[in-house]
Design a protein around this ligand. Sequence first.
Ligand SMILES: O=c1ccn([C@H]2C[C@H](O)[C@@H](COP(=O)(O)OP(=O)(O)OP(=O)(O)O)O2)c(=O)[nH]1
Ligand SMILES: [Mg+2]
Length: 148
Amino acid sequence: MKLDVQILDERLRAQMPAYATPGSAGLDLRACVDAPLTLPPDGWQLVPTGMAMHLADPGFAALILPRSGLGHKHGIVLGNLVGLIDSDYQGQLMVSAWNRSPTAFTIEPMERIAQLVIVPVVQATFRLVDSFEATARGASGYGSTGLG
Ligand SMILES: O=c1ccn([C@H]2C[C@H](O)[C@@H](COP(=O)(O)OP(=O)(O)OP(=O)(O)O)O2)c(=O)[nH]1
Ligand SMILES: [Mg+2]
């Protein structure tokens, strides 16, 4: 799909977020900070990505997700766990970077800190009903299957 994007930080122009391989699902987002940013253990900061996008179609959203390597090796995940970008949002994409590890971690300027995935969305309307058509599961959940 073609997506309207604005560059808000000129440094990004030479290193735009891109799919790393033909099969990549995520575009890596860069930390557009002016100086190295050290997150102490359990510290978090809102990090600008230097770009804005307008998905425009309510049939799409974007998700900001952690990068696996940073999350697993260094504990750098997201303060909001997942960032949800609405199709009508036009502001700068921001990453809530959270250091959940016991060790300080320094984010370098223009480092790839998170990834963005475009996903399809269905907006539902509610139809109010008094009962549902019966299913095998019904209201059972929370580990209810496979018992006995
Ligand atoms: O990690 C994130 C999460 C959100 N956003 C932007 C895009 C999104 O469309 C907007 C609002 O996000 P959300 O709806 O999750 O936050 P909210 O706390 O409900 O704010 P609002 O009242 O503005 O909807 O903030 C980001 O840039 N990064
Ligand atoms: Mg909201």
